[in-house]
Design a protein around this ligand. Sequence first.
Ligand code: NAD
Ligand code: UFG
Length: 340
Amino acid sequence: MEILVTGGAGFIGSHTLIALIHAGYTPIVIDNLCNANPIVLDRVAEITGVRPRLYEKDIRDRGALRTIFEEHTIEAVIHFAGLKAVGESTEIPLEYYQNNVTGTLVLCEEMRRAGVFRLVFSSSATVYGDPETVPIPETARTTATNPYGRSKLFIEEILRDLVASDDRWGVVLLRYFNPVGAHPSGRIGEDPKGIPNNLLPYITQVAVGKLKELAVFGDDYETADGTGVRDYIHILDLADGHVKALKRVDSDKGVFTYNLGTGTGYSVLEMVKAFEEASGARIPYRIAPRRPGDIAACFAHPERARKEMGWEAVRGLQEMMRDAWAWQSQNPDGYPESSD
Ligand code: NAD
Ligand code: UFG
């Protein structure tokens, strides 16, 4: 069964390709490579024995989408493609809305034209803003504090309107918490451009000596040790969630919203300690001011995904750290620029 994966060469997409192949699907990738390296597909082939077909195209390119839908029998679409840097989104909001929102509109129009009505969309826990309570259920109020988050909220609303208007659609909105780790082979992983914004890639780059020390953004939050608490989820668990989501809309129509998180929150200092234990490396850190826009604690109520999709995260913190380290230590500079 052929599945179109937009943004399939990216961090979450590439790990999901492996999960799809292992589950017997044939993923077809469309990615404009604005934040990815095509070598990823060679690495996926090394791991699985299958090299997914890549269309190096933008999802806003209708002609490209039409070609793909004509050349393949696509049963469903998993839609990762988008821009994702919160800070950047405040500087270039138009590019974010254009890429994320317009990209999704074009994709849905071309899906409808091709008679493909099953869609799994990458949303984010960012739609909960600063939550009133944790753990956060899917029914919590949603809000956005930056253009990136607003693009996710807008897309969720657009997809709800679409489903309400046309009962042929089956749409799953997956709200990811904090994906970390890598495939245990260390062959694929997260390859941020420039200095990482996210905690774990920053820690692993300190460990390989690319960065001097970690700045811990605030130790005066209302959490057990004062540092920010998040729900870190192993990327392979997250990838499996997409396979379950596809099955969710095998026959059911409508719109379904699920948190993909573990339900457990860890603080920044707990993360540092766990990484040191798993890697044997020492992570020097200093306490720095709070990062604007950050919240104290964010972790999922993951029950709905378990009950309705039979999905739950099974990998623990040590596995996340071990696999993140396998990737970073084997690829200190990320993916090479040309095929190795
Ligand atoms: P990523 O940047 O690694 O992957 C996104 C991929 O989409 C990249 O390969 C990029 O080249 C491609 N892309 C971007 N715009 C495109 C376009 N217009 N046409 C074709 N390809 C395009 O990011 P990721 O971490 O794998 O995230 C995947 C999705 O999950 C994104 O939508 C992101 O917003 C969402 N998400 C990520 C996180 C996270 O922490 N990583 C959390 C919540 C939600
Ligand atoms: N942190 C540091 N130092 C760093 C980086 C992060 O102390 O150098 C702290 C943050 O203050 C926060 C925690 O580590 O307490 C996690 O920060 P991340 O940047 O890794 O993750 P966020 O929860 O802030 O944001 C991530 C994605 C967003 C997404 C959100 C919810 O980057 O795009 O998860 O899914 F919206």
